[in-house]
Design a protein around this ligand. Sequence first.
Ligand code: ADP
Length: 539
Amino acid sequence: MPEIAANLSLEPYLHLSSNEASVEIYSLQAKFKRWHQGLRMLAVSKEKKLKSLNTSYLHQIRQFADFVHQAPAGICVLGGDDFIFESLNPAYQQLFPDRILLGRPILQAVPELELQNTLQSFRHVYLTGETYKGNEEQRLVARVAGGELEERFFNFTCQARFNEQQQINGLMVCVFDVTGFVTARREVQLAEAHSREMFDSIRQIAFTMDPTGRLTFVNQRWKDFTGLDFDRDRDNIWNLTMHPDELQSLSNKFAGLLESCTGGEFEFRKKRHDGVFLWHLCCLHPILDVSGKILFWMGTSTDIEVLKRGQQQKDDFMNIASHELKTPLTSLKVSLQLMDERKENMPDLLRAKLMKRASSSLDKVVNLVEDLLNVGKFNQGHFELNSTRFNVYKHVKSWASEIEATSQLNISFTGQKSLCVFADAKWIEQAVINILNNAIKYAPLSRSIEIDILGQLDFVKITISDHGPGIASETIPLLFDRYYRVGNTNYESTGLGIGLYICSEIVKRHGGEIGVYSELKMGTSFWFTIPLNELSLKC
Ligand code: ADP
């Protein structure tokens, strides 16, 4: 074409003859024809291309429109600065099923949005062009026009729409109603919080484990007891909390439960935060899926230390009681046998000696049985006071002199001699005798005992002191417990661990208090009080 355009000037042809001109014309005509044909072909191919481009473009637009139409997300285009619904897909309409949206400004179509954040964020996008993403945003909207406002949650994106001059002329909003999801999650969280509260409120340790025995949850009690950090220590929990002696057998038992998919119970020693091992009873229960596979384990662990100690004490008690009874009974039997064998020609002196030994053995048995019966009485509440008014000094002195007569003790008295109490003299005697007998048993080298009787405004205090080995401070709080004995493996030198318990029960029933002052190597002073009342006049 430029070549032809340049040739359109006649200047170059003026010198040609007519023949030459004709030849030139023919040549130009041929050239023009070829160019024209070429141009036509070009035009046809361009038109074809354009057509095919148009078709594919239209196809794509149609596909896109279909996609938007079928999209599970609500999509709408809001035009202008009053956000008129220009177009929306069925999923968007479904958010407000009965409302007329198309062609209406958003505030006319959904007026309750006015005071909520939505419009603020939409306006911001409209002014700045910055895309806004809302995550689980709460809105109070009605599904139908004029309907009840419902709390709903939406995830949405709001983008600016631009015209050809790159000016914002509307918004594109893509929204998911996630109310169901949020409510379900809230319910799960609430249920979780409730079960956590429930697990934290029980006295037992509670936990869950995955099928392999790895802890997945522990309650507060577990944390308080072990003092461990659940997240840090959970992978090494068996080693950190179990007693090494039981670790292997426990892991074997657990392997057995895993194989049989059944629950079970174990007794084992669990380490407390201060390093002390306490006996626990652990109950494990598997939670299975429909196919019977273990989903997780539910477990509780109960402190049975007291129970275990009680069992141990009972076993010890049986051993001690039989031993304590056997010794005087054997002695009694021997004395009786000797008397029987030599009844014909036994010297009077020997007979008297054997009689005395037999009677003392019998007394021991009777005392022991009486002590045991008394413990039974206290336990069952069958304990009655038969109170009378008596002079404390006179009575204690007479009880003490009986003991003095049969032992090598020297008992002296200090304090007030004229005090009277209104109490059960038989039981108070029992308390005094128990304490004095203990002095004989546990402070054998203490030759002297002091008894002090002190009158206060509303009680009388009786203190019995020896100069024996004293008592270690850590055992003092346990002395008045039933069956408690210091060094309870040595059956030779001790009793049943009930003497001081009986004393404390007697004193408590009288409304008084009992206690002890003692230090190792410094002797021991047991004291108790008897309350005074209007019946305890001086005598
Ligand atoms: P039991 O009936 O076995 O004698 P008690 O309840 O009377 O037991 O005494 C409990 C423990 O208190 C004894 O095992 C003993 O170790 C200790 N005890 C009691 N009295 C004295 C004392 N005067 N001196 C030292 N220890 C004592």
